[in-house]
Ligand binder design. Structure first.
Ligand code: CUA
Length: 250
């Protein structure tokens, strides 16, 4: 008789626990750990709009940026997030949501999130991943304007373009624009300045020097800086627009 009662109590207890889990999932949107997928690791960032308010975003985490860096969706959107890393382990936390994923080499993690409230959601890396870890961030804009047609570009296109190339390639994660200390040195006042190199020589930061430093970062290493800058797939005319932009950062 006693055994039967214990069995009954145990069954009730198990059902109660299952009920509490079901309730938390339904009421608070707390996800059960199921984030690892069998999706193959990818290197290409994507934003796919499957239907109105239904998005899929493929995030690539790399030192030290998220791609895509900026995404806009309308309020009420359900977003499927897949995250892959291009180099080391990163974290991907979306402030103000329950999303907290790891970007682990060799695996792709997944989370589904619904953005009910409008606002700017910060995407941050919460795994230490190198010198500019603290600069590694992206944004998800939840705004009614997300589906509005893009505004025509402002007239100062050449300058804006150089700035965009810097943003798109994550340059500003390591190079500040305002003179503040940064791992790769600031861009402010760089153009035309004299650079002290690691081998004791000096060089003037002119067009040729800047072009070479982007194409072959290790060619002329600046004294005191670590050789951590990656060679980036930046087209020649993009470099020209970067140089034009740097000239304005006096
Ligand atoms: Cu990526 Cu810290």
């Amino acid at each position: 008789m006693l055994e039967k009662r214990i069995l009954f109590a145990a069954t009730v207890f198990i059902l109660a626990v299952a009920g509490v889990i079901a309730l938390t999932v339904r009421l608070f949107g707390i996800g059960l750990p199921n984030c690892l997928t069998d999706v193959r690791p990818f290197r290409e960032a994507k934003v796919i709009e499957h239907a109105p308010k239904r998005y899929e975003i493929h995030y690539v985490a790399r030192m030290w940026q998220f791609e895509p860096a900026d995404v806009s969706v309308v309020p009420g959107s359900t977003v499927d997030l897949y995250v892959s890393t291009a180099d080391v382990t990163h974290g991907m936390q979306i402030v103000g949501t329950n999303v907290n994923l790891m970007a682990v080499p060799g695996a792709v993690n997944f989370a589904r999130v619904k953005f009910d409230r409008a606002g700017d959601y910060l995407v941050v890396c919460n795994e230490y991943c190198g010198v500019a870890h603290h600069n590694m961030a992206g944004r998800i804009h939840v705004t009614e304007a997300a589906t509005a047609p893009p505004k025509p570009p402002p007239p100062t296109v050449p300058l804006m373009r150089g700035q965009k190339v810097l943003d798109d390639n994550g340059c500003t994660a390591c190079h500040s624009l305002d003179g503040s200390a940064s791992p790769g040195g600031t861009f402010k006042g760089l153009y035309g300045s004299t650079r002290q190199l690691a081998d004791g020589k000096t060089v003037t930061a002119d067009d040729a020097y800047i072009r070479e430093s982007i194409e072959k970062p290790e060619a002329k290493l600046v004294k005191g800086l670590d050789p951590i800058m990656p060679a980036l797939p930046v087209a020649s005319d993009e470099i020209t627009s970067v140089i034009e932009y740097l000239k304005t950062l006096k």
